[in-house]
Design a protein around this ligand. Structure first.
Ligand SMILES: Cc1cc2nc3c(=O)[nH]c(=O)nc-3n(C[C@H](O)[C@H](O)[C@H](O)COP(=O)(O)OP(=O)(O)OC[C@H]3O[C@@H](n4cnc5c(N)ncnc54)[C@H](O)[C@@H]3O)c2cc1C
Length: 533
């Protein structure tokens, strides 16, 4: 199949991918968006809370937003990156409103500002409790209207084509990517610049609030292209998602506990009093650790969130969406305690970039959750991630346009995908088995509470699986399951190795062997040569 040519290849259609694509097209550039599923399958689409920004200048200030972000990040943020994002907040919200995003307002027309954990002021701009739905809806419609943008849904990017890897030139440069189409063929896309906007990696873990597409592909793809991964051990776990055989990834907001919901073990006893004076209202990380400890101690699969003592009418009026979601799953929260587990929610680390999305590989840019800019440090302040994704996308669009103005032409011919000697997989069961094994292993050994021994065990198992998958990858025709498995395995290994390097407990990384915090805050950095030979 002959290569497909475009100016910019954007991989991913979440908040960062869509904003960047629109702005690039407005600069007169041809954009090809490839996205793994439907256009709106993304973390961005699921966002509930909103975007943190200083909007009420009578009470709030950039300094306060900065201080709150640094306090959450536990000494590991890059203060310059924090300033970069905090100061651009009001401008990005104005930009989104200009695009047509309808944020919730008060009777006087001012933005309605939410208050979330870790913030000392009201500063979360939102669209009801479905902010992501509003953002992606508006941007999606704009993208479909733009004639310079082509969208390939159900297409999975496999790897970046770089001049270094294929000996096309002396200097290293991204010139395209291999993409698996929904028909199972691999297309060579030739692009003058590539933007990775592929989101997070929640599905590396057994329980996650993230959708199926969040398999850390961008981290794996960029890492294989030579970009170092930073602070990947800093995975944020949400304390309560619904535990259900069929209904997955339903986040049960902290507001349920805020209004009086109580956490209990399966036998109906409370336990949070043993972990924090605020009991069920303890901070997010303490609650997640407490639940994890109880589950491991008792061998249970879930704990209960009991709302049954609250007024029946109040429950329905205050939580209409969650009440309905639980009811659809067969749980009437007015009568039955809700089974819950903590779940992987957000990747605070990522691939090293500047806040503008530049990387060490010329022509390859990154925006959003895949990137590590230094904003979040060891723990993300609530609602700072949409802020980061939107601002990065806008800056990356400018950076890409600049790069295209300066870069020389593409190399003569890109190598096509080579399928010589490969056959159809006859053992799809191997892929399923390894998927399950990685996710269980990461949950049990590299989850909320870690130890040296658990990390060593995890690394051994993941290394074995990696060998098996490598064989598979080179000998059989690729499909989406195999590509994702290859990526989650690499990302799992990066997380484990990062966690092994951090001999302290800080922010989201808690290990029983090194419970104290060291005096010096250092990033962990894993490079390609540490893992891939
Ligand atoms: C339930 C939930 C609630 C949240 N609430 C908030 C909130 O209120 N405020 C806040 O600030 N943050 C929130 N977050 C985090 C925030 O939503 C994300 O960090 C942010 O949306 C990431 O945007 P993104 O553009 O980087 O990635 P995403 O929105 O995740 O988009 C990634 C895209 O890449 C595509 N993709 C991935 N791999 C490939 C591949 N190999 N080939 C092709 N396409 C690929 C996916 O299909 C998807 O389209 C929440 C997250 C979740 C899961």
């Amino acid at each position: 199949m002959s290569p497909r040519r475009t100016d910019v290849l954007v991989i991913g259609s979440g908040l960062s991918g869509l904003i960047a694509s629109l702005l690039l097209a407005r600069k007169g550039l041809r954009v090809l968006i490839v996205t793994k599923d439907e256009i709106d399958a993304s973390n961005s689409h699921l966002a509930q809370g909103g975007i943190a920004t200083v909007a009420d200048l009578a009470h709030d200030s950039f300094q306060k937003h900065r201080d709150d972000t640094l306090a959450a990040g536990d000494g590991l943020n890059d203060p310059a990156a924090v300033d970069f994002f905090v100061q651009r907040g009001p401008d990005i919200v104005a930009f989104l409103r200009d695009m047509g995003v309808q944020f919730s307002t008060r009777a006087n027309g001012d933005l309605d500002l939410g208050w979330e954990g870790g913030h000392t002021e009201r500063r979360v701009v939102h669209a009801g409790d479905i902010t992501g739905n509003e953002l992606i809806g508006v941007l999606k419609r704009a993208v479909f209207r733009e004639h310079l943008i082509t969208i390939w849904q159900h297409h999975t990017a496999i790897d970046i084509i770089s001049t270094r890897k294929f000996l096309l030139a002396n200097e290293d440069r991204a010139v395209g990517a291999y993409v698996l189409s929904h028909e199972g063929t691999v297309v060579t896309v030739e692009a003058r610049a590539v933007l990775l906007a592929t989101g997070g990696c929640g599905r590396v873990y057994l329980y996650t609030s993230n959708p199926d597409v969040a398999t850390g592909d961008g981290v794996a793809i960029g890492f294989r292209a030579g970009i170092p991964a930073v602070n990947m051990e800093m995975i944020q776990f949400h304390p309560t998602i619904l535990y259900h055989e069929k209904v997955r990834s339903t986040l049960l907001s902290e507001a349920l506990r805020g209004e009086g919901g109580v956490l209990k073990t399966r036998d109906g006893n409370t336990f949070m009093e043993r972990y924090h004076p605020l009991r069920s209202l303890a901070p997010r990380d303490v609650t997640a650790r407490a639940i994890d400890t109880e589950l491991k101690k008792r061998g249970d699969d879930f704990v209960l969130l009991d709302m049954t003592m609250l007024d029946r009418e109040f429950i329905v009026n205050r939580f209409p969406n969650l009440f309905k979601k639980c009811l659809d799953a067969g749980i009437d929260m007015r009568e039955d305690p809700i089974p819950v587990v903590p779940a992987a929610h957000y990747m605070c680390g990522g691939l090293r970039t500047t806040p503008e999305g530049d990387t060490c590989v010329p022509g390859l840019f990154i925006a959003g959750e895949t990137a590590h800019t230094g904003l979040h440090g060891a723990n993300r302040l609530a609602s700072n991630s949409l802020l980061e994704a939107a601002i990065m996308a806008r800056c990356a669009a400018d950076g890409i346009a600049r790069w295209l103005g300066e870069a020389s032409g593409a190399p003569a011919a890109l190598p096509l995908w080579n399928e010589e000697g490969v056959s159809d997989s006859d053992e799809q069961v191997v892929i399923k088995q390894n998927w399950d094994e990685i996710r269980h292993c990461m949950w049990n050994y590299v989850g909320i509470v870690r130890s040296d021994k658990r990390l060593e065990r995890a690394l051994k198992r993941v290394s074995l699986i990696k060998q098996e998958i490598d064989d598979y990858y080179w000998n059989f025709k690729v499909n989406r399951d195999l590509l994702e498995l290859r990526n989650i395995t690499l990302v799992a290994e990066i997380i484990i190795r990062s966690a092994m390097r951090r001999k302290e407990s800080r922010g989201l990384h808690y290990t029983t062997d090194h419970p104290g915090r060291s005096t010096e805050a250092r990033d962990t950095e894993i490079r390609r040569e540490d893992i891939i030979d």
